[in-house]
Design a protein around this ligand. Structure first.
Ligand code: IMP
Length: 429
């Protein structure tokens, strides 16, 4: 198996690191782009030729006519969201239906999942996770529980699927009516809506594990696109305020079938500051005018839900943990331009808990809740960065910021993004 040309792009924080732009750029030099985790909870933004495209479940390589796009078995697919997205973008993504493969092993999201999640979050009140309400958690729970799960491959046997949906809805209705005191749902209505979606998707359903292993053996270059970020990883993130999938590079093997030893390069993506959506501890959060300024300058509102993102200083202590966990070869800093014009500039290099410094990123959410950031002050800059194309185009203070981040995280900075467009990118060899 050849590994040199295969790359992974993974978020090192709580998602929204602008990975979509980086995947779009790197897709030009890969043959295949693979999503391996999450579902349409993700929001990846790609901008070129003056237009902005928002993607949720189709890999961000779709705009390159040479790239085969694969939705791996580790993804949970909402068939309705997927068909919507194909229809919305196929005008700009030439031949998309012919070069999009959806794993027959991928699990699926149904109306009972989204409804159950909405009820559950509502009933949690203050203790809610703050999810995207896309049915992600209930779909992964059914996958693990097996009894009421449906995989994409089952769309290829419609009669079997129809009967299964009847069985599942009968069972779910017990939960809706007896636990939540809500109205039952109709299996016939679900089938009427989803049968045509299944027919649309059927030609794209394939054994993508076999396809990818063959492609890797032939030396085709594969780009793995992580959704969300390492701190939202179900096993390694800030549990329970995480998503339900393996959002770190650890998800590639189970989520695509391609063994991790086939990956040549892992690039971890961070913003020049840190954001988080939903509930959960966030030690460097700025609940003040500076946080608001970063939110406005960075347009920090969710791509999927429109929720305002919580903003704070760059947390290199958390990122260092994530960089080690993913064994990154380098990091990508995005949205550096957003920091222009701030009155002060800080990064977090460690935490104290109950007044004492901690050696490792806390594994316990109650400890993380009590963590206070150790902040280092750096020189701010006022110049706009959006026209920079090489490192030397950046003002001295911005170059010093990049260098300090590199030292604090312990990994070289390979790419710097200074704006949403493909062109607004600085590459370091
Ligand atoms: P879920 O993935 O919808 O279950 O949401 C669980 C947590 O992950 C919530 O805090 C969400 O805000 C967060 N989350 C899920 N997807 C994304 C994403 O693409 N970017 C940022 N946060 C996300």
């Amino acid at each position: 198996m050849k590994k040199k040309g295969n790359t992974c792009i993974v978020g090192l924080t709580w998602g929204d690191e602008a990975k979509g732009k980086i995947v779009d750029i790197l897709a030009a030099e890969h043959d295949i782009v693979v999503r391996y985790n999450g579902g349409n909870n993700a929001g990846h933004t790609v901008a070129f030729e003056g237009e902005t495209y928002k993607l949720h479940v189709v890999p961000s390589g779709l705009f390159h006519a040479n790239a085969t796009c694969v939705i791996g078995g580790g993804v949970v697919v909402d068939p309705k969201a997927l068909v919507d997205e194909i229809v919305r973008h196929e005008g700009k993504a030439a031949g998309l239906r012919q070069r999009l493969l959806v794993s027959s092993r991928a699990h699926t999201i149904w109306p009972w999942h989204t409804r159950l999640e909405a009820l559950s979050e509502k009933h949690q009140g203050k203790g809610k996770i703050g999810t995207t309400l896309r049915g992600i958690g209930p779909a992964y729970a059914d996958k693990a529980n097996r009894v009421h799960a449906i995989r994409m491959g089952e769309f290829l046997a419609p009669e079997h699927l129809r009967a299964k949906i009847e069985r599942i809805v009968e069972n779910r209705n017990l939960v809706f009516t007896k636990v939540f005191g809500e109205e039952p749902m109709s299996a016939a209505a679900v089938w009427a809506e989803y049968e045509p979606l299944g027919k649309t998707l059927a030609p794209m359903i394939a054994d993508t594990t076999a396809y990818l292993l063959r492609a890797a053996a032939e030396g085709k270059r594969i780009l793995f696109e992580g959704a969300q970020g390492t701190l939202l990883d179900i096993d390694h993130g800030t549990y329970p305020y995480v998503t339900s999938s393996s959002a770190s590079a650890a998800g590639i093997w189970p989520g695509s079938g391609v063994p991790s030893r086939a990956i040549g390069q892992i690039l971890g993506v961070v913003k020049a500051y840190t954001t988080r959506v939903g509930e959960g501890p966030f030690p460097t959060e700025l609940r003040n005018a500076l946080g608001d300024q970063i939110r406005e300058q960075g347009h920090e509102y969710g791509t999927t839900t429109g929720r305002p993102r919580r903003c704070g200083w760059l947390d290199t202590f958390a990122i260092r943990y994530a960089a080690r966990l993913n064994a990154v070869d380098g990091i990508v800093i995005t949205l550096l331009d957003v920091l222009s014009g701030l009155a002060e500039l800080k990064i977090c290099t460690g935490y104290t808990v109950d007044g004492r410094p901690v050696a490792e990123f806390p594994d316990d959410p109650t400890v993380l809740e009590r963590a206070r950031p150790v902040l280092e002050t750096l020189e701010p800059w006022s110049e706009k960065l959006t026209a920079a194309r090489q490192l030397k185009d950046l003002p001295r203070a911005a170059r010093a910021y990049v260098k300090r981040v590199e030292e604090a995280v312990g990994a070289p900075v390979r790419i710097i993004s200074v704006g949403p467009d493909r062109e607004q990118t600085i590459f370091r060899r």
